[in-house]
Design a protein around this ligand. Structure first.
Ligand SMILES: [Zn+2]
Length: 405
């Protein structure tokens, strides 16, 4: 049950209805406008563009929007700049938007626009109305409220909280790790961060409308991963639990064990197995049972939703590369051990080739993480590298495409 999410969804549906009927979100919907971010707000099929680094601009009385932000919001698979053009791939379709020309190419066919894409401060801007029309849609905007709404009928944009959308949140818990996977009524939590009150994790889960957890995984017993979990057990009903099977002589571990026992939830062992929660497949990959470094015994989970594959390996390091390379290419990779040099080898990343890599770490941590060389390796082999220092990272997928919220 997710009351808050359902309520939020209802609000989104209203906005879609407003866009599709071309009823502009104007003075009669003042409350909605007031809730929008300051400066220009741009919605594409009701999904808000993230606040762009560069704001929209007016040219000859037309509204121009930053091309990269626009296409990343409409769930483009890739966006490249070459030969004075922006090249966008989206499912089976490809688009080329040449600078200074009054057309765009859709699957190699030229479609005229009444205004050209322009370059300002080395960035491409596209005329919002013309690009919407070229894609078979419409655009309305209002200079007074600084709100722009683009509606393109056939686009399907993954949205957090919507039905059938898996939302993967790498929660900002400072120096530590906590990851929520939320798909409809299925909620999985991997690790609980370093804070014994678990307050950041609990608050985050509550704002997502979580009221019980189908599975909690403790990857290994280090405090930056399990300290917050006992409080999570206090705050939510937990249906099942899995850890690496290695007891620790620490108070945090003992506290967690007592909460797990008191909860009476189902316990899975750490061996090779595929668990199914709703439409999510969680493949637990057995690696080493014993290691000099406890980090290497971290639970490794490969989560699959539709065609999208997400690899989560706690603080494991290169000692388990041989198990992880068997996984092959993945779409989303949670960097091992907070971006430490003990893992994230070029040999591993060259096999994984993720579209997104996420590093979980706290700003100005005393360990100097992430390692600079590792950051370079992640950048070299990943489509995009994101991090939790200062802000939770949220990635959504409908099982077909994947995007950053
Ligand atoms: Zn850690």
């Amino acid at each position: 049950m997710k009351l808050r999410v359902r309520l939020r969804k209802a609000a989104v549906v209203c906005l879609i209805a407003a866009s599709s009927a071309l009823a502009f979100v104007g003075p009669s919907h003042g409350a909605v406008v007031a809730a929008l971010p300051s400066a220009w707000s741009i919605a594409v099929n009701s999904a808000m563009l993230p606040p762009p680094e560069d704001s929209p601009c007016l040219e000859d009385g037309r509204l121009y929007v930053p091309a990269r932000a626009f296409f990343s919001t409409v769930a483009a698979d890739s966006i490249e700049w070459r030969d004075q053009s922006m090249w966008v791939a989206m499912g089976k379709n490809s688009f080329r938007i040449p600078a200074g020309k009054r057309f765009i190419e859709v699957n190699g066919i030229q479609i005229g626009m009444d205004a050209p894409a322009i370059i300002r401060n080395s960035r491409m801007y596209v005329p919002a109305r013309a690009i919407a029309r070229a894609l078979g849609g419409t655009m309305v905007w209002d200079p007074a409220t600084k709100a722009c709404s683009v509606f393109i009928p056939d686009l399907k944009i993954p949205q957090a909280g919507a039905e059938g959308i898996l939302c993967v949140s790498f929660i900002d818990v400072g120096q530590g790790e906590a990851i929520l996977l939320d798909l409809d009524d299925t909620d999985l939590l991997i690790d609980g961060g370093p804070d014994r009150t678990g307050s950041k994790v609990i608050q985050y889960l509550k704002t997502q409308g979580v009221d019980d957890l189908d599975l909690v995984i403790a990857t290994h017993s280090h405090e930056d991963h399990i300290n917050g979990l006992p409080a999570v057990f206090d705050a939510f009903h937990v249906k099942s639990y899995l850890d690496n099977g290695i007891p620790a002589a620490t108070s945090s571990f003992r506290c967690l064990e007592s909460k797990v026992s008191a909860e009476g939830c189902l316990r899975f062992d750490e061996g090779n197995q595929t668990l199914r929660f709703g439409a999510l497949n969680v493949e637990i990959i057995e690696t080493v049972d014993q290691a000099e470094d406890l980090n290497d015994t971290s639970v490794v989970a490969l989560v699959t939703y539709g065609s999208k594959r997400i690899l989560l390996a706690g603080d494991a390091g290169s000692a388990v590369d041989q198990y992880l390379t068997r996984v092959g290419r993945v779409d989303l990779y949670k960097a091992e051990h907070h971006g430490s040099w003990t893992g994230n080898s070029a040999a591993l990343l060259s096999v994984l080739q993720p579209d997104f890599s996420v590093i979980c770490y706290g700003a100005e941590n005393p360990f100097g993480l992430p390692d600079r060389k590792v950051a370079g390796v992640l950048r070299e082999y990943s489509g995009q590298v994101l991090w939790t220092a200062g802000k939770s990272v949220v990635i959504t997928t409908d099982g077909v495409s994947m995007k950053v919220q």
